[in-house]
Write a new protein. Structure first.
Length: 124
């Protein structure tokens, strides 16, 4: 049973780590594109915040995939040293994810308050 479980979890862990890598690469390429455009046309404050917000969301997604892979890996590991190492990594990723998500929410509120609003017609 354990061998069967290890046989299934190994490709799942690799796939989840690949998804995390994909999210980081896509987010990074997106931000690099913004930076290249900013070299020719300066970004407004709202555009900079939006770029940061999108990048942070990609990083949160990547951290979530990595944390999921760590959880699966600990379920099939019986070596306490490996479990301790994975636990420490999971705690670090959880803290990173928490603070990054908090920053994302704060930036999102700032972006929403800075976004131009449509005028309200008189009488409404």
């Amino acid at each position: 049973m354990k061998a069967w479980l290890e046989l299934i979890t190994e490709p799942v862990i690799v796939a989840m780590d690949a998804l995390a890598l994909f999210a980081i690469v896509v987010g990074t390429l997106e931000v690099v594109g913004k930076l290249v455009r900013a070299a020719f046309r300066p970004l407004t404050d709202l555009e900079r915040r939006t770029a940061w917000l999108r990048y942070a969301r990609w990083l949160v997604a990547a951290l979530t995939f990595q944390l999921g892979a760590d959880i699966i890996e600990t379920s099939v590991t019986s070596d306490w040293q490996t479990i301790g190492r994975l636990g420490a990594i999971a705690v670090i990723r959880t803290f990173l994810n928490y603070f990054l998500e908090r920053d994302v929410e704060e930036e999102q509120r700032k972006c929403e308050s800075a976004a131009p609003r449509a005028p309200v017609p008189p009488g409404q």
